[in-house]
Design a protein around this ligand. Structure first.
Ligand code: GDP
Length: 265
């Protein structure tokens, strides 16, 4: 298998000096000091696990012989989806938002996992199912965009409505460009069906601090004013630098019921 990239494991992150480590593990917290005094940051720390919880989550994402992590199958229709046996999370977002990169980063300690990408225009977009041992499944949903074909909307709608083992949907937003009109397709669908979801801001290494702050505050405001089902804490990630990836693994472990108690850091 491939070698894991640097900082893919917590043990590597722990060797960094404190401020850099905070930036990798809690990227949102790192931004706090640049906010105007009086800015409400209570929502920055709703999910803030300690090291022990982060380590237990990491163990779930590390494959070995007794704990295989595998691509299971792809499906274009719900009747082709694997049986809903385990708690499930799904990842959804515009094409190019960084979804496959993020899933690859999450699974970087299981280098045998192939995260497939089908980017050929006109190529049928599929839901890809991954199984993490006997603990949970993760679904890579097809990306949407300006010309999202009707069959895409139907596929995602059917999935969101019917999948009874779905515990949480992760809606990816590009950290450089922020919330776009097309993202509302997904937000409206999730709100309409009353599906619990959480927003993840991607590619944060590519956004300047000013842009990142603007996007974070805008999205936080949007979530507060316009949503019911969205978790109020935004997750920030960079699949290149591994920022936020450890925290996201921990949140996935938690929402799938595999880390019931998360002691705060
Ligand atoms: P998808 O269409 O949502 O699966 O997007 P990809 O994961 O293929 O990413 C789209 C483009 O953004 C690719 O060129 C990636 O290399 C780039 N990208 C994805 N994630 C990151 C990130 O965290 N940082 C940076 N700098 N680039 C990223």
């Amino acid at each position: 298998g491939r070698a894991s990239p640097p900082l893919a494991a917590l043990s590597q992150v722990l060797r960094l000096e404190r401020s850099r480590r905070t930036g990798i593990v809690f990227p949102l917290q790192k931004l706090e000091r640049y906010l105007a005094p009086g800015t409400d940051t209570a929502r920055f720390r709703l999910f803030q696990p300690g090291l022990a919880a982060l380590q237990r989550a990491e163990a779930l994402f590390r494959s070995d012989r007794g704990h295989p992590i595998d691509y299971v199958s792809s499906a274009v229709r719900m009747d082709h989806a694997p049986p809903p046996g385990l708690p499930e999370v799904c990842f959804i977002g515009r094409s190019n938002v960084g979804k496959s990169s993020l899933i690859r980063a999450l699974f970087s300690l299981a280098p045998e996992v192939e995260v497939r990408v089908s980017k050929t225009p006109g190529h049928t977009k599929k839901m890809n199912f991954f199984k993490v041992g006997k603990y949970f499944t993760l679904v890579d949903m097809p990306g949407y965009g300006y010309r999202a074909p009707q069959d895409f909307v139907e596929m995602v709608e059917a999935y969101l409505q019917e999948r009874r083992n779905l515990k949480r949907t992760f809606l990816l937003i590009d950290g450089v460009v922020g919330l776009q009109k097309t993202d509302n397709i997904a937000v409206e669908m999730l709100e309409e069906f009353g599906i619990p979801y959480v927003m993840v801001l991607t590619k944060i290494d590519r956004a300047s601090r000013g842009v990142l702050l603007k996007n974070v505050l805008e999205i936080q405001e949007f979530v507060k004013e316009n949503t019911q089902g969205c978790f109020p804490q935004l997750f920030l990630v960079s699949s290149v630098e591994f920022s936020g990836v450890h925290l996201l693994r921990c949140f996935v472990a938690h929402v799938t019921g595999n880390l019931p108690t998360v002691e705060a850091s």
